[in-house]
Design a protein around this ligand. Sequence first.
Ligand code: GNR
Ligand code: NI
Length: 174
Amino acid sequence: MSIKPLILLPDPVLRRQSDPIERVDDAVLALADDMLETMYDAPGIGLAAVQVGIPRRLLVVDCSREDEDQAPMVFINPQVVASSDERSTYEEGCLSIPDYYAEVERPMQVTVDYVDRLGKQQQIEADGLLATCLQHEIDHLNGILFIDHISKLKRDMVVKKFTKLAKGRSTAAL
Ligand code: GNR
Ligand code: NI
């Protein structure tokens, strides 16, 4: 198990379409474990493989409350197959856009098909924070970030700020 470095905005890897996972083998399960460890360390409530630089359709989620036991969930090749007309708004953040938060409106309930750790096809009906988190993570698999759901003005400001920060980091060693 190991904690992996997080890929940050504006790294172009975050804009890639992630590739489907063809077989749930030991390497996939080891990656899921590393992602869970990385997510808990951050800390965050979800993480997509592309956020550790691996554009494959794998994500981990734990939406349990602080006073509850950990509830790690692994989703392989997840797909939203139904969503409610009813919407809800959450203040979202992203481990790839540290310390920036904005309200995002999404369907309140979603049905997600996915493959589990045992390679079995599963379906989950999610609402509340889990529904928001799953949609945020599945967006990552399609190269979409939560800032794509806010105004262009705000998005441009955030991208500019993180582009500047990245330039500072890349020249700090010179
Ligand atoms: O840790 C996270 N918190 C969060 C809060 C509201 C909506 C979505 C999220 S996901 C985020 C972790 C992350 O960036 N996952 O991709
Ligand atoms: Ni994110």
